[in-house]
Design a protein around this ligand. Sequence first.
Ligand SMILES: Nc1ncnc2c1ncn2[C@@H]1O[C@H](COP(=O)(O)OP(=O)(O)OP(=O)(O)O)[C@@H](O)[C@H]1O
Length: 301
Amino acid sequence: MAAIEISGVSKRFGDVTALQNLDLTVEEGEVFGFLGPNGAGKSTTIDILLDHVRPTVGSAQVFGHDTQAASVPVRERTGVLPEGYGALGRMTGRTHLEFALQAKRAEGDPQAILDRVGIAEAGDRRVEDYSKGMKQRLMLGMALAGDPDLLILDEPTTGLDPNGARRMRQIVQAEADRGTTVFFSSHILEQVEAVCDRVGILNQGELVAVDTIDGLREAAGATGQLHVTMSSIPDGLVETIEQRGGVTSVAVEGTTLAVGCENAAKGAIVADCYEAGTVENVETSETSLEDLFVSYTGGEN
Ligand SMILES: Nc1ncnc2c1ncn2[C@@H]1O[C@H](COP(=O)(O)OP(=O)(O)OP(=O)(O)O)[C@@H](O)[C@H]1O
């Protein structure tokens, strides 16, 4: 059974179309990155999954439960880290976690959660005195309370220092390892690339791509770069490489060949170089997720 199944969802707020005929399936156990420019409709999608917002048309299911007709079982199996700090009150961090556990009707040790999210010493302080990063860590802890089967993280690294961002990644990885489905919206593309199995890119309310990151590279015809440094560049090698399929450019920089090409072509090009002369170094790089994001969303904003 899919963890998330969104079928034909459109959402209009007055004149604004936030989502347009969205179909999306996230399988159980997947770490799915949900990307898109500001205003693309990511938070609206998450709000629909949690029945905070109802679609104008279409429907959504979480673990087979309709999000409108069965919002209680959906929420019982879902841990949410929402955008912003509106979910926080004035009590201590520990009390927030106790309430989060109660809401999930789950056993659990608030101190263990405080330790896990890196605010072990702050449990008895009032949350209104927390820094932004501490609030974000606490909200992650609240999302983890009760070991949810689906973790929805809306911009989870907001306010986190590099240690906090790393801890977030490690927690996502650990949750994925225990079989949790993670639905992760973020603008920090390195984070997404590091943890996600697949990504979906939303643009102006429409899903413009869904695939693995490698799949997106292929579909976009994205090319990578290969740099081969040799003791000297043998005659005829540039021409040989230029004639290979999947090669878009070959430049000579000193004794280094810089080749723009598809990933699939790289092995043959390196073999050409080894056959023609003495190879001293090979470096390869791929189109970044940021470049893909820009190519799928137009990059005008
Ligand atoms: N309650 C609302 N009333 C009116 N318009 C809304 C409401 N909620 C969202 N919108 C509009 O719907 C569109 C999608 O907003 P949404 O918050 O889902 O985008 P987002 O992808 O989460 O953006 P961001 O990356 O900036 O958080 C925007 O044009 C927004 O102004």
